[in-house]
Write a protein that binds this ligand. Structure first.
Ligand code: PLP
Length: 463
């Protein structure tokens, strides 16, 4: 989709944006921000028609590929049938999506539950906070350092980054943040093969004495209601935790009446090779929060699944939460099609096979850039590249930024064609490329991704 005079059109757009758009939501991580005009499959296109291979797919919101024909068709059908309906009325797709998710959880975890909808991920997090407060009568939460749960006020209070809270005053219900088992950069400088999960034991120590501030041994009661976690930290840098950590945590939280709330907003719906990422950890959470990929980035839909006991209509009655657009007909129609698609094809196999292929490519890339790529790893199609300063350890944020910006220039070359590369930067030190490619990506496209990454590492290291 080329236009005759790309630079003047873009210049005009950017000038208007600079004057009239809040930077608070559009971020401006790159100056000037990049403009795209089209998308298809694994690619975004700029105004000159240059394809940009997208290895992050809208932070995993468009997991099933841009313009996925089946999901787009579901949206179009609903657009012609029942595109609008106030939430207090029922429509079939809402009920069917809820039933399918609840039935899946019943099969997988052996637990009866219910599903509740909202629009964005943070809103669903807010709803889950209400659910927890309502059930426990408590308002304090544990959450992990490196965790990200959104930027509405309640969600910000359990999101670890101080940068996201700093300007907005005191958050009375700010979570108590706990070290995540980030074994590559162990907070205690230990090694996984000999640590015996020291970090988990440190968490348990909080409950040793009432003077550690969270536990009343006489009443056998904690001041904390729930522990929020991501089974694989997204924004934190696609950190894959040891399964045993969470097995122990689940047991400990059970013993201390602390609910486990699993944020699957970024990792749910097969990103890690399982329907829910938490299935990799072998535990059952009390609440699951989901969003993003359920509608492949089309009309947004988020929600929560919770154990019956927590969400029973007597305890969580009509009106407990509300948003005009929650359970919207367009979103639920796409969500239903997504769930049908997931049932019809073996996504566990597909995602694990493609993820293994790409991870092998990343390992080769690491061999070509020793010390600069400190670690590569992956679970399903959630993959990570740690960029370091030649010693495999010290984070190199500057190089990461240069590679990120370099990919968006759109001047890489492969097979006689110009390409760009769309990456996402995460991690505690902003030195991790968090890769979440489309599930529809082909082997040739993955090879192309490795080739473009290699070019970028070569070019940007040389600066
Ligand atoms: C794990 C996780 N939780 C919550 C959110 C917030 O979702 P939203 O941006 O839709 O509000 C995100 C978004 O990136 C996320 O990755």
């Amino acid at each position: 989709m080329a236009i005759s005079n790309p630079s003047s059109k873009t210049a005009e757009l950017l000038a208007l944006e600079r004057e009239y758009c809040s930077f608070g939501d559009t971020v401006h991580y790159l100056e000037p921000p990049k403009v795209f005009v089209n998308c298809e499959g694994s690619f975004l296109y700029d105004e000159t028609g240059t394809p940009y291979l997208d290895l992050q797919m809208w932070y995993s919101a468009a997991s099933f590929g841009y313009k996925n024909p089946r999901l787009n068709a579901a949206l179009k059908r609903q657009l012609d049938r029942l595109p609008q309906l106030a939430c207090q009325y029922l429509h079939a797709e809402k009920v069917e999506v809820a039933a399918r998710i609840a039935q899946y959880c019943a099969r997988r975890f052996g637990v009866k539950g219910r599903v509740h909808f909202n629009v964005g991920g943070s809103q669903a997090i807010e709803d889950s906070l209400k659910l927890v407060r309502n059930y426990t009568g408590k308002n304090l939460m544990f959450a992990f350092m490196g965790g990200y749960h959104g930027r509405t006020l309640g969600a910000s209070a359990i999101t670890s980054s101080y940068r996201y809270r700093r300007r907005y005053g005191h958050f009375g219900d700010r979570a108590h943040f706990v070290f995540y088992p980030y074994c590559f950069r162990c907070m205690y400088g230990l090694k996984r093969d000999s640590c015996e999960l020291y970090c988990e034991k440190q968490f348990e120590k909080l409950f040793d004495s009432e003077y550690h501030s969270v536990w009343d041994p006489k009443a056998q009661s904690s001041e904390f209601a729930a522990f929020y976690f991501e089974a694989l930290q997204g924004t934190g840098g696609y950190i894959i935790p040891p399964r045993e950590y969470f097995v122990r945590l689940r047991e400990f939280c059970n013993q201390h009446n602390i609910l486990l709330v699993d944020d699957e907003i970024q990792m749910g719906f097969y990103r890690t090779g399982k329907f829910w990422a938490v299935e990799n950890l072998g535990i059952t959470p009390d609440i699951i929060v989901f969003g993003k990929a359920l509608t492949n980035g089309l009309n947004p839909l988020s929600g929560i699944w919770a154990r019956e006991e927590l969400i029973t209509p007597e305890l969580f009655p009509p009106g407990s939460t509300h948003s005009t657009f929650s359970s919207n007909t367009l979103g639920t129609a796409v969500a239903l099609e997504t769930l049908k698609m997931l049932e019809e094809e073996d996504y566990e196999k597909l995602v694990n096979e493609k993820g293994a292929y790409l991870l092998a490519g990343l390992r080769e890339l690491q061999r070509r850039h020793p010390g600069i790529i400190g670690q590569v790893d992956g679970l399903g199609m959630a993959l990570r590249i740690e960029v370091s300063k030649g010693d495999s350890v010290t984070p190199d944020r500057e190089l990461t930024d240069r590679i990120f910006a370099g990919g968006l220039k759109g001047d890489l070359e492969a097979g006689g064609r110009k390409y760009g590369l769309v990456l996402d930067v995460g991690g505690y030190y902003k030195n991790v490329f968090t890769l979440s490619p489309s599930f529809t990506i082909t082997r040739e496209e993955m090879d192309l991704g490795i080739e473009l990454l290699d070019q970028l590492f070569r070019r940007c290291r040389a600066v």
